[in-house]
Design a protein around this ligand. Structure first.
Ligand SMILES: NC(=O)CC[C@H](N)C(=O)O
Length: 202
C-alpha cells in the first residue's frame, strides 16, 4: 500500500480549493467529496470553512450527512476549519433553527463568537503539536469553543478562548490555516490520517 493518504474535502460550499492545495502540499492525495460513494474512498476528510448551516443542509440533500456521521463514529480522521469546526461539535450554543451537526468532538461551540466589531482578524496562535513557532491564525466570523468535554484536548487558545481542539482522530480549528500558505496544521492532520491508515491495515 502506498504511503500517500487519500484525503477528501467536503465540497458542497466554502473554501474547498484552498484546502485541496494545502493537503497536496502536505503530501496527501487530495480530492473533492460530495457523494457517499466518494466519501467511502477517502482515508480522511476536511470540512472547510463557509457557512455551517448551508453545508449541513447540502450534506443532507446529497445524502452524505448520515454516512459521514457513521464514519466519524467509526474513527474516520476529520479536520474542520471554522464552519467545519461547528459541524464537528456535538453541540452548538446558538444554532439556527433546525441546524444540525455531524458531531464527533465533545464540545460546545458559539457561532460568530468573536463578534461584529472584530469579524475578521489575524493573530499568532500557538498550536500544541505543531512545531516551529506560532501559526498565523486567520479568523473570519469565527466560532470559539465555549466548553470541552473530558475526552477532548485543547490545542490552542486566543484571548482566553479555545480555538483548536482534538478528540481522537478529529481535529478542529476556529481559524483557517489553508489561507496562509503555511501547511503545518494540514501536515499534522495528514500524519493522523497516515497513522490511522497504517493501524487499520495491520
Ligand atoms: N469562515 C467561516 O467558516 C464562518 C463560519 C460561519 N460564521 C458559520 O457559522 O458557519
Amino acid at each position: 500500500m502506498s504511503d500517500t493518504p487519500v484525503i477528501g474535502v467536503l465540497a458542497l460550499q466554502g473554501d474547498v480549493r484552498e484546502h485541496l492545495v494545502a493537503l497536496a502540499a502536505a503530501g496527501a492525495a487530495a480530492r473533492a467529496v460530495r457523494r457517499p460513494e466518494e466519501l467511502a474512498e477517502v482515508d480522511g476528510l476536511v470540512l472547510p470553512g463557509g457557512e455551517s448551516t448551508t453545508i449541513s443542509k447540502l450534506a443532507g440533500l446529497f445524502g452524505v450527512l448520515e454516512p459521514l456521521r457513521a464514519r466519524v463514529r467509526e474513527g474516520l480522521p476529520v479536520y474542520g476549519t471554522c464552519a467545519g469546526m461547528i459541524l464537528l461539535a456535538d453541540k452548538i450554543l446558538d444554532p439556527r433553527s433546525g441546524q444540525e451537526t455531524v458531531g464527533g468532538i465533545d464540545m460546545i461551540v458559539r457561532r460568530n463568537a468573536f463578534g461584529r466589531q472584530n469579524e475578521s482578524f489575524e493573530a499568532a496562535v500557538d498550536v500544541r503539536g505543531v512545531g516551529g513557532g506560532p501559526v498565523e491564525g486567520v479568523f473570519i466570523r469565527a466560532p470559539w469553543v465555549e466548553s470541552v468535554g473530558a475526552a477532548a484536548e485543547v490545542l490552542a487558545e486566543h484571548d482566553g478562548h479555545v480555538v483548536a481542539v482534538r478528540q481522537g482522530n478529529a481535529l478542529a480549528t476556529s481559524f483557517h490555516p489553508e489561507l496562509t500558505g503555511d501547511h503545518r496544521v494540514h501536515r499534522l492532520f495528514a500524519d493522523t490520517v497516515r497513522a490511522n491508515r497504517a493501524a487499520r491495515s495491520l
